[in-house]
Design a protein around this ligand. Structure first.
Ligand SMILES: Nc1ncnc2c1ncn2[C@@H]1O[C@H](COP(=O)(O)OP(=O)(O)OP(=O)(O)O)[C@@H](O)[C@H]1O
Ligand SMILES: [Mg+2]
Length: 295
């Protein structure tokens, strides 16, 4: 192996196990990933019977569903720092440079590791191969071919993420031994996410259910922003002498934190008049461990 010129950190930030948070997942996804962890932990036993654990997984799904958070959490469970590769540090407009950068990346990771290699926005690095008659097409295909070769040879843990499966090269897709869809959460997961991000405030169960229903279609990232926005309102609203009735607070929140216009618009945003949480939310919230109201 030729000695790398760059170190792994020059391809993106490294995040460590102690900074990881556990994402809230659907039971099916959680079970699939737990099985995968078990498989990696059982490496020695598997080797005794002539097989290797799978080490390459692709997470795909809409933005803000927790792909990066999940990859970080899994690496943390394995005790590994995770290198988040940024595609702009690889892609170059100079002929042949992107391929050289890909080679440098894998060499740097192998020399400096162990790391878990996390390649975000994989579709930008390994988009579908195209007509090679133009020079741009030729360069792109060369880059994807090099990526395929290095992925094939790489023996460490590799997680790819994309929210554009339509754009991803099909052979790259197949190089992953697990392909896991990380979709928007269901009702039970939304309830759990709301409770997590509203803590230390307590919300009565009916209000949590209503709010989660009216957020059907929302990503965890949006739910988190909403809940943190609500806490900000509770703390800052009175200081700013803002009206603090539930309708006022909710109106300010939904006006300032919203889903991307091209994504599903949950009832809370699309049609507040039909939202049950807009009418029956138990407000104000109480702090856990404290009896007094927080308004
Ligand atoms: N399943 C989840 N449970 C709890 N929190 C979550 C979950 N998914 C995402 N979050 C929170 O939402 C935010 C965005 O998550 P993250 O960046 O992991 O999403 P992503 O799928 O990687 O998005 P992108 O496709 O834009 O890269 C993070 O702050 C994270 O804490
Ligand atoms: Mg991400």
């Amino acid at each position: 192996m030729t000695k790398p010129i760059k170190n792994a950190e020059s391809f993106g930030p490294v995040v460590y196990p102690d900074e990881a948070a556990e994402p809230i997942l659907s039971p099916a996804v959680r079970a699939a990933l737990l099985n995968w962890l078990e498989e990696i932990w059982a490496e020695d036993e598997l080797k005794e019977v002539g097989i290797e654990p799978r080490r390459k997984a692709l997470f795909y799904g809409p933005p803000g569903t927790g792909k990066t958070t999940l990859a970080h959490h899994l690496c943390a469970r394995l005790g590994l720092p995770m290198l988040i590769v940024q595609s702009d540090r690889i892609i170059s407009k100079y002929v042949g440079q992107s391929e050289r950068n890909i080679g440098e990346l894998f060499r740097a990771v192998e020399a400096g590791g162990p790391y878990c290699l996390f390649i975000d926005e994989l579709d930008t690095l390994a988009g579908k191969r195209i007509d090679a008659s133009s020079s741009a097409g030729h360069a792109h295909n060369a880059q994807v071919n090099v990526m395929l070769q290095y992925m094939e040879r790489y023996n460490g843990l590799l997680i790819g993420a994309t929210n554009r499966t339509d754009a991803l090269d099909t052979a790259i897709w197949r190089r992953f031994q697990l392909q896991v869809e990380i979709d928007v959460p269901g009702q039970a997961e939304r309830e759990h996410i709301i409770e997590r991000y509203l803590a230390p405030y307590l919300v009565d169960p009916d209000s949590v259910v209503a709010l989660a229903r009216d957020m059907n279609g929302a990503t965890p990232a949006l739910i988190r922003e909403f809940c943190e926005g609500l806490k900000r309102q509770i703390v800052l609203g009175p200081r700013l002498r803002l009206p603090m009735d539930w309708t006022d607070v909710l109106g300010r929140l939904t006006a300032s934190i919203a889903p991307h216009p091209e994504l599903v618009q949950p009832v809370l945003w699309k049609d507040a008049a039909r939202s049950r949480a807009a009418k029956t939310f138990n407000w104000p919230l109480t702090l856990s461990g404290a009896k007094e109201e927080t308004r």
